[in-house]
Design a protein around this ligand. Structure first.
Ligand code: NAD
Length: 344
């Protein structure tokens, strides 16, 4: 009997999602394109829908990542891929057309700071049901999503927020590292990002500039590409960021790990060199039950890119979200309260 049960458990854990799940990507810039390449290596998930600002594509049989990226580079939008589907309201139209999609990764800029919450509203208004995952960064942006939790729950949407690298992978690592302690004193997240050129990740860089002294989200959003390039020329391509408004703080507070003022996030972004300027790490300091002070440190490999550390967790949380959704658990969850699943 026990053996039969174990065999069933193992059989279902071999393919917990069943048939490949149809997945969509909203936003097809740096992260969206990297996400399509991540999915190309998976068998449990199949990319069938993509939208950018000017167009969209849907094919329930699957969209090829290389062809989609090449088409987007050649024409400036995914909308030229097959049927020339161009629109000024791509997300709205894709939600209605792509009926087979069970989950979306929202690789969209959060510019203005309320944009992602407005996208969630669009899904609610469309009566859509399924799983949404974002990689949003700001505390105030994640807080907006949290206020939508009841509405999302009532609509049958499971929304995983803050599921990139930081917040995301590193926040979850902090939640794990905290388990050694009976009292958590500080969580320090320090990231190093290296990218070959800033144009590959325009939204990411603008949103990082918004954390610099003298800038805010609106100022960074209003900057032209030339102005961003001029700023980077003055800093030798480096952005050094301290005490950022990052949602790791509210997520760890909500998960009961520590108060938000004990969480700090900063880092260095090199926009001219794919090599990381420093090793990304999270340091969790606390006191054990025996009264010993100690620090648990989790450090990412220097060869892991920003794209790998954002898209991997995003799909891991999408898989976890699909399992929650199928069990009838809806509403907003953060990366600090749910374990990501590994997508095969
Ligand atoms: P990008 O500028 O390279 O691409 C943005 C894409 O979104 C483009 O395809 C654009 O056409 C599309 N888009 C813009 N407005 C749209 C609209 N109204 N409708 C449909 N599509 C629209 O962006 P990126 O650098 O890949 O960054 C995406 C997001 O990921 C940013 O918000 C960034 O902050 C976030 N990010 C999170 C982490 C993390 O660790 N949590 C790390 C890096 C980036």
């Amino acid at each position: 009997m026990v053996q039969q049960h174990m065999t069933q458990v193992l059989a279902s854990s071999n393919n917990p999602l069943g048939a490949p799940v149809q997945v969509g990507i909203l936003g097809f810039g740096g992260l969206g394109q990297a996400a399509s390449r991540v999915l190309a290596l998976k068998t449990e998930m199949k990319l069938t829908a993509i939208a950018d600002q000017k167009g969209y594509a849907y094919n329930p049989q699957g969209l090829n990542a290389d062809i989609s990226i090449a088409s987007c580079h050649a024409h400036g939008s995914i909308g030229y891929l097959d049927d020339d589907i161009l629109s000024n309201d791509t997300i709205h139209e894709l939600i209605r057309r792509a009926s087979g999609v069970e989950g979306y990764f929202l690789a969209l800029p959060n510019l203005p700071n309320t944009f992602m919450a407005s996208v969630a509203q669009q899904f609610i208004e469309a009566g859509w049901q399924g799983v949404l995952v974002d990689a949003m960064k700001r505390t105030s942006a994640v807080e907006q999503l949290l206020t939508l939790s009841d509405e999302l729950k009532a609509c049958g949407i499971t929304y995983m927020t803050g599921c990139g690298a930081t917040p995301g992978l590193l926040t979850a690592a902090a939640a794990l590292a905290a388990q050694s302690f009976s009292e958590v004193h500080s969580v320090q997240i320090t990231f190093g990002v290296g990218i070959a050129n800033w144009e590959a990740y325009r939204a990411t860089i603008r949103e990082d500039i918004a954390h610099m002294p003298g800038y805010d989200v609106e100022a960074a959003r209003a900057m032209t590409d030339d102005e961003v390039a001029a700023l980077l020329a003055r800093t030798n391509g480096l952005l050094t960021l301290e005490n950022m408004e990052h949602a790791d703080d509210v997520m760890l507070e909500l998960a009961g790990i520590c108060d938000r003022d004990r969480v700090t996030v900063g880092g260095v972004v090199d926009t001219r060199n794919p090599k990381k300027p420093l090793s990304t790490n999270v340091r969790v300091t606390g006191r054990t039950f025996e009264g010993k002070l100690s620090t648990n440190t989790f450090t990412l490999g220097d060869e892991t890119s920003m794209a790998a550390n954002v898209c991997g967790p995003a799909f891991g949380y999408l898989k976890a979200g699909i399992e929650l959704h199928r069990r009838g658990l809806h509403g907003v969850f953060t990366a600090a309260e749910v374990m990501p699943k590994f997508v095969r």
